[in-house]
Design a protein around this ligand. Sequence first.
Ligand code: ADP
Length: 168
Amino acid sequence: ELGGQAPKQARSDEGGWTGVNERTFIAVKPDGVQRRLLGEIVRRFEKRGFKLVAVKLVKASEELLREHYWQLRNKPFYSTLISYMSSGPVVAMVWQGLDVVKTARKMLGETNPADSLPGTIRGDFCVEVGKNVIHGSDSVESAQKEIALWFRQSELHRWESSTKTWIY
Ligand code: ADP
């Protein structure tokens, strides 16, 4: 390494998003958009104290979805999953905050809505695993991959939240 370079953690756009800068990828799936659940879902993340750093409405291509769900390619429900996810626009988002990956998974509930507690998004708004309203990254590592897959660097916004000192 050349001398005088900033340490890795300080080069914030290249990964190394930890602590209060941790990020996760959340997508409101086509059924969630159709059922007008977007506002309710965004409200829950905002009220919890997380910061929205990217958002867009996208009609995901099958190519993008195949990449996104690569690890499930041999599952019997894979092709149903791809057509479900490409059946309408999804709202792709990146949320930032302390332990946001883990906390978002708790807020979502379990993969199967029937196993999801009331109070969770899936536990409150859906009944079937094949139409479970929302996606959330399952680890910091997959969050980084998914954010890079769904967003360009220029779509990720850095902004100071005026409520920060009341949350941290
Ligand atoms: P999660 O979305 O909770 O991380 P998985 O990665 O295991 O869960 O699965 C991805 C998505 O595939 C689920 O959210 C759901 O939409 C769909 N899925 C999972 N299991 C099934 C199943 N048995 N039948 C139909 N769809 C499924």
